[in-house]
Design a protein around this ligand. Sequence first.
Ligand SMILES: Nc1nc(=O)c2c([nH]1)NC[C@@H]1CN(c3ccc(C(=O)N[C@@H](CCC(=O)O)C(=O)O)cc3)C=[N+]21
Length: 378
Amino acid sequence: MFSRSRPLLRLLAEIPADVAVVKRAFHATPSRAKAQLLDGKRISREILTELRSEIDAWHAIGRKKPHLSVVLVGNNPASLSYVGNKLKAAKSAGITSETIRLPESISQSDLLSLLESLNTNRNVDGILVQFPLPPHISERAVCDTVSPQKDVDGFHVESMGHLCQGKEGFYPCTPLGIMELLKRSGVDTFGKNAVVCGRSKNVGMPTAMLMHADGCGDATTTICHRHTPNKQMRAFVGLADILITAVGQPGLITADMVRDGVVVVDVGITRRFDSAKNAFVLKGDVDFEGVSQKASFITPVPGGVGPMTVCMLIKNTFTAARKLRGYKEREAAEESISDYDREIRTTIRLDNAQHQQHRSGIELYDQFDQQPHFVTNT
Ligand SMILES: Nc1nc(=O)c2c([nH]1)NC[C@@H]1CN(c3ccc(C(=O)N[C@@H](CCC(=O)O)C(=O)O)cc3)C=[N+]21
């Protein structure tokens, strides 16, 4: 009687036994496979090794090693740790560096004068002023005093303009690091739903910018921030194929909020005292244990985005050195284009041709002229 009124069931009953077993096994699996790690530590080591060989080759033909000047105001323990990582990475890639340590009480005008002198110092290729700064100093004034040619952080208003316009320039290290991490881990962003939580000028905003940009992430990108109602945020996060959180709030993202197979990039770093371990531990924004049961890829904290930020800084410093010297060579030879520019343009053409294979015919007409440099920097 059942089989007569419900033909579908009769059909199912006819499925060979081995297929039915496979089907049941799939649905009844008690615990899902764990996500694959987006291993920033390993990938950043790979990149630093590549940079090392490029920098060695550059140095071997008589050029000075690239030089990074780091300015550190005060004694913030997190800043000391991050700057330490940056200097270590510089050394491993064959970049020389110096840390200029200044007291918390330094005036803004003294700090700006120091930056002016670094701007004109021919031995300096890249300048980084570690944030946060004490409240009496304007971070914007500091960013805009660093010469755009040496702005390896990508925080100068001119660099930000280039990023927003899709022009060649220095892009901030964390967004670059995220794009590189996804690319090298085989995560395709093209046409996907990306959700960025956090809209800071140095991380959230530029990350969303690269994620959505033509010729770069090409994702449909949503930014959630402090004024996004909780219910809305849940709705957006639930739609994300790629979720990037840069908020600094442990436990913000839990397993019930994300969809199966989501790619999770956790930029949050909060230092918390763990009484069981009797030590400070680093926490991301994501409940790693829970979310990694549903995600296809996930970054650990530490060992995810942090090391990628550091190696992109080294990459930007090498780029700054090549450009600074390139321009000098061009002046000397009165050429209209430096070897470096020529090399970059060739690379863009090749990469862009590959990228365009994804595109539909209508979109093909003017991509090269509009968006070349995203490819260069990712
Ligand atoms: N002008 C400026 N440029 C920056 O790029 C900049 C800044 N100011 N201020 C602070 C943020 C944060 N940031 C990090 C760098 C390295 C790690 C890093 O190496 N993290 C390790 C662990 C670090 C640790 O153990 O303390 C990891 O995640 O595995 C993290 C965060 C750069 N920032």
